[in-house]
Ligand binder design. Structure first.
Ligand SMILES: *[C@@H]1O[C@H](CO)[C@@H](O)[C@H](O)[C@H]1NC(C)=O
Ligand SMILES: *[C@@H]1O[C@H](CO)[C@@H](O)[C@H](O)[C@H]1NC(C)=O
Length: 312
């Protein structure tokens, strides 16, 4: 249980570094850039750049094809960028067509807070854990200024120095806190922190584990997993409260994504969903999920090759 649960605690940290007024008191908020850290919830192309594009049908309903996101459309981070009138974030790892003039995205799907000691192939977890994302951010901040000063095309695709601003579990949350503090020290002032979702409702959890009847809640989600997620979120919230005391110039917004997702799942009909526990892109079984035949993979059905997730 422990190893599963610890590996499942993903977290999205979205932060905007702004200047001159760090804490935006009145609208409209004028954020010059967004620097994002996280996992698949906010990966706009990082894992794809490192390990190959997220395959079709990802991206099909909004971007018209694979767009580095593990979704058929836009992610919350895309809507946040839109609402701040900023372009979609380029992935730091993406060498092709990237434009970092309004920030960079260090998130990769499958990232964890704690460092990984296995390969993506072995465990399914991204090697770009939060500490690595932070190294990348540091490198980005330093080198982008050296390169930007060369002028020409670089000036248009790299953020201004001022956009970084100059002011300045057991161990999972300590690492999280340490990194928030580092970012604060480097000028981060507005932090938008997503808690972890109800992982016990994810098809790949439900499918993989033999959940006994007593371990399923009235909605059909695996209670032990959701309890661990709730426990993590309680401690995360405490950590945020403490960070507010330690970082007086920062605005830390704790976003209860767990409740939003659980509401969508538990009152699916009301929100227009028919099968809240089934994977939208998968194949077979109670949860339309099969780890052998993932979204976008090819398989033979009745002698005919089909692509998983493509409507027939
Ligand atoms: C890898 O990390 C896991 C979880 O953090 C830990 O339980 C395990 O002992 C580590 N393995 C090695 C070889 O360090
Ligand atoms: C990069 O994005 C900025 C802001 O959207 C834009 O003004 C600039 O022209 C872009 N540069 C390139 C090379 O696309």
């Amino acid at each position: 249980m422990e190893s599963h649960s610890l590996r499942l605690l993903f977290l999205t940290v979205i932060l905007s570094l702004s200047v001159p007024n760090p804490v935006c008191a009145k609208p409209p908020c004028d954020f010059p850039a967004i620097f994002n850290f996280g996992d698949s919830n906010s990966d706009t192309g990082g894992l794809s750049a490192a390990f190959g594009q997220a395959s079709p049908p990802n991206g099909e309903s909004y971007f018209g094809g694979p767009a580095g996101r593990y979704s058929d459309g836009r992610l919350v981070i895309d809507f946040i960028a839109e609402s701040l009138a900023l372009p979609y974030l380029s992935a730091y790892l993406d060498a092709l067509g990237s434009n970092f003039s309004h920030g960079a995205n260090f998130a990769t799907a499958g990232s964890t807070i704690r460092p990984q000691n296995t390969t993506l192939h072995q465990s399914g977890f991204s090697p770009f854990s939060l500490n690595v994302q932070y190294y990348q951010f540091n490198d980005f901040q330093r080198r982008s200024q050296i390169i930007r000063s060369q002028g020409g095309v670089f000036k248009g695709i790299l953020p201004k120095d001022v956009d970084f601003s100059q002011a300045y579990v057991p161990d999972v949350l300590d690492q999280f806190k340490t990194i928030i503090k580092y970012l604060y020290y480097h000028g981060g002032r507005s932090f938008w922190i997503h808690n972890t979702g109800p992982v016990g409702c994810l098809p790949y959890i439900m499918d993989r584990l033999l959940i006994t009847a007593g371990q399923v809640d009235k909605v059909g989600c695996a209670t032990p997993f959701n309890e661990v997620a709730q426990y993590f979120n309680r401690l995360l919230k405490e950590a945020v409260v403490n960070l507010r005391k330690d970082l007086p110039l920062a605005a830390l917004t704790y976003v209860d994504v767990y409740s939003v997702k659980y509401e969508l799942i538990s009152r699916a009909k009301k929100h227009g969903f028919v099968h809240p526990l089934r994977a939208c892109c998968g194949h077979g079984g109670k949860y339309n999920y099969n780890s052998e035949h993932g979204c976008g993979s090819k398989m033979k059905v009745n002698g005919k090759e089909i692509m998983v997730g493509k409507s027939l």
